[in-house]
Design a protein around this ligand. Sequence first.
Ligand SMILES: O=C(O)CCC(=O)C(=O)O
Ligand SMILES: [Fe+2]
Length: 330
Amino acid sequence: MSLVAAARSSDTAFSEIPIIDMSLIYTDDSKARLRLAQEVRDACVNVGFFYVKNHGIPAQLVENFLNESKAFFAQPEATKMQIENKKSPAFKGYHPALSSNNDPNNEGDLHEGFEFGYEPMDTQRNTEGLQNGAMAGANVWPSGFPAFREAALAYYHASIQFGKALFPLFALALELPPDFFEDKTRNSAALMKMLHYPPQTGTVDDRVIGIGAHTDWECFTMLWQQPGIQALQVLNPDGKWIDAPALPGTLVINLGDQLARWTNGIFKSTVHRAVNRSGVERYSSPLFFGTDYDVRLEPISSCVSVERPMQYDVVTAGEYVKSKFQQTYG
Ligand SMILES: O=C(O)CCC(=O)C(=O)O
Ligand SMILES: [Fe+2]
């Protein structure tokens, strides 16, 4: 079925999020790759979200990052504010609760967070070819926490490796040569965050929640959620919030606006939010995987037809993300 036809017959009124087994992501077996790409395509056309299991990122890495992050966030606010992200030209560092606002109808996001981008490990040459182009700018680390930096970067690099392997699958899913994204993701923006959500009890005012309703801006996001704590919700086209539970051992992959624009809206960049009513604090860590700064998000030809004319103005990927950052962090 062509992509335009798949979009026409898509069943977007989803009530749950598919789980895709990635054990074979590195296989050379072309039939197996195609099957995997087909699963990815169904999820992208119908939901814009899917879980991945057997992604190969060692659990210990995120466990270490989580533990170090807990120590970082436990510091006094004034200490954390010394590295506030607004002081950094590329929004690296710490952001306190209520300093971001993802939903313009809301009054601020309740989470605090720490964000950083590409940086080689001390022992490593830059073999991944990433320089964090679109959001270039040095990372800002808290002083006196070398283990935090180490743990964050170790998890980051393992995640980047998996993220890079997803691009050929997206290309296959879009009937493109497997290396289509390669020369467009050499200096990918790849910003990672650790987010810390306080519990919300009593009546929750929908205008002040963990993170307000929004779409992500890059190609896709790889989200780790602290297992067992429900907070993430995904909006289906019937206007119903569908829970995306934190399944142990999985990551949530959701498409962002760059891929939606590139595919003329055939791949969905789906609205989501997080509300932490669990009664306990919650951590999550997204990695936002974008393209090189200057990539023009012109719709892929198989995604445009007489029946489905171009839906978006063509913009460059980097300018798009930058303007979104400015809106969100003011
Ligand atoms: O914490 C979550 O579950 C979602 C975070 C998110 O959507 C984001 O940071 O863009
Ligand atoms: Fe998001």
